[in-house]
Ligand binder design. Structure first.
Ligand SMILES: Cc1cc2nc3c(=O)[nH]c(=O)nc-3n(C[C@H](O)[C@H](O)[C@H](O)COP(=O)(O)OP(=O)(O)OC[C@H]3O[C@@H](n4cnc5c(N)ncnc54)[C@H](O)[C@@H]3O)c2cc1C
Length: 431
């Protein structure tokens, strides 16, 4: 019997194992892949300040691709693009704001810290189910190894978006297409100097672009991240929208690559990897209960990706939740009470830090961002207004902004009343 079994060596699992091992608890960290990160998609932006108090000066050792110094939000139509582009030198200095990483590197690095603290990492092993005692309490996990039952005082399920363990415990309902999106991504090779030149970056500097209007009206968006010598490009789309539109995700990526703004950036790039993964996008209102007797759930297994239009962040939330779960499990074990009541410190900790505070504050964002108007007419409306504003119409005098807005709204079939209402709602949701 060990103190804890953590299932899944993604960011949530490694953080949980790290917290437990540092507190002197015996912990097994199970990973189905041959190494942590092997089952994850290449490339993404990680915001690692959550590690400040855990791995001092983490930025001196983390396997970074580029430090993100440029962050764009881009609205696209088939022929237009409108960007809000933020560049700041301060993000290029320690302790840094965000970085692009390869998850295969990053996940191994974080798991390495858990192992260094004393966690026992067991790879190529699938947790196949929970072990229950006679009173309906979780007391361990079954694995696909012969004699692979592991008994523990606490099981922490960090097994990702489709958590079978959380489902077996009745915490997570069967996957609901309405609350999940599909992320599809290509990783495209380009020489590092070409990336520097085309995106206006220095050698270690990175760019993150989030896009809307690139998904043929299917609720979702696109993204582009620069790694050292690759670019990650993809879309995140509603599963139901994709099925209804009878469009294959590869077609959406092909649209993106052919867009007049994007195509010149990718000229000559070669495909290195393609992958697809589910994302829990329901937000705060669709999160499952986080504990049961002897069991805790953290990270994507508990629906903790923040997907609120201008943000797509999951790794930092997974780490924050994993650390809190590890700490609460440690306290509960010390107090001799690992029932739901004994583990309640976990939720309290998340409610007092960014993990649940951010999710709660932005709980209405997924609905707003994925709404029909935000996805359909608004991108075109915004691009048209900007295009007309910057088109010089001499000898006609310049039209005012309100007139341009009214004209574009009429053309896109958007009522003025709805436009104003959505503007107010946007301020409320993101305030
Ligand atoms: C296309 C795409 C782009 C994204 N971009 C970003 C981004 O830029 N920034 C960001 O912060 N987030 C991003 N995310 C979200 C991010 O990937 C997740 O929020 C994050 O990985 C969640 O971490 P986790 O540890 O909870 O789960 P995961 O990272 O999914 O880790 C789960 C681990 O558990 C293992 N596992 C699963 N089942 C078992 C089992 N039964 N037994 C043993 N092991 C098991 C898996 O192999 C895996 O290693 C993106 C997601 C997608 C799909």
């Amino acid at each position: 019997m060990v103190d804890a079994v953590v299932v899944g060596a993604g960011p949530a699992g490694s953080a949980a194992a790290l917290a437990l091992a540092r507190a002197g608890r015996s912990v097994i960290l199970l990973e189905r892949g041959p190494f942590p990160g092997s089952k994850n998609l290449y490339g993404g932006v990680v915001y690692a300040r959550v590690l400040d108090g855990v791995i001092p000066r983490w930025w001196e050792e983390v396997p970074v691709q580029r430090w993100v110094v440029r962050r764009s939000t881009m609205v696209l139509t088939e022929t237009q693009s409108l960007s809000v582009d933020m560049r700041t030198s301060s993000w290029g200095d320690a302790p840094y704001n965000g970085m692009t990483v390869y998850r295969a590197d990053f996940d191994q690095w974080l798991a390495g810290h858990a192992v260094a603290a004393g966690a026992n990492l067991v790879t190529s092993t699938v947790a196949t189910g929970l072990i229950w005692d006679g009173s309906g309490r979780v007391v361990g996990v079954k694995t696909d190894r012969p004699d692979g039952n592991i008994r523990a005082q606490v099981v922490i399920a960090c097994d990702g978006v489709n958590s079978f363990l959380a489902k077996e415990a009745g915490l997570l309902p069967q996957a609901d297409a309405a609350h999940h999106t599909l992320g599809v991504k290509e990783v495209l090779s380009l020489p590092a100097e070409t990336i520097d030149e085309r995106f206006g970056l220095g050698p270690d500097e990175g760019l993150d672009i989030e896009m809307v209007g690139v998904t043929r009206g299917i609720p979702g968006g696109g993204f582009l991240y620069t790694n050292r010598d690759t670019v990650s490009l993809g879309v995140v789309v509603s599963l139901k929208g994709l099925a209804d539109a009878k469009v294959r995700p590869e077609e959406l990526i092909a649209d993106l690559k052919a867009h007049p703004t994007i195509a010149p950036w990718l000229r000559g790039a070669t495909l290195k990897e393609y992958g697809a993964h589910l994302i829990p996008e329901g937000g705060y209102d669709t999160m499952p209960p986080l504990t049961a007797d002897g069991l805790m759930v953290a990270g994507d297994a508990a629906g903790m990706t923040l997907a609120a239009g201008i943000w797509l962040e999951g790794v930092n939330f997974a780490i924050g939740a994993g650390l809190a779960a590890g700490k609460a499990a440690t306290d509960a074990i010390a107090a001799g009470d690992t029932t739901t009541a004994g583990l309640a410190g976990y939720r309290r900790a998340l409610e007092s830090n960014f993990v649940l505070k951010d999710h709660q504050r932005l709980r209405r964002a997924p609905g707003l961002v994925l709404s029909q108007r935000m996805q359909g007419p608004y991108p075109k409306l915004m691009c048209d207004v900007a295009e007309r504003m910057f088109t010089v119409t001499n000898p006609e005098p310049k039209p005012g902004l309100v007139l341009l807005l009214r004209r574009a709204a009429k053309e896109q079939g958007v009522r003025w009343r709805d436009l104003v209402r959505d503007g107010i709602e946007t301020i409320r949701v993101f305030r």
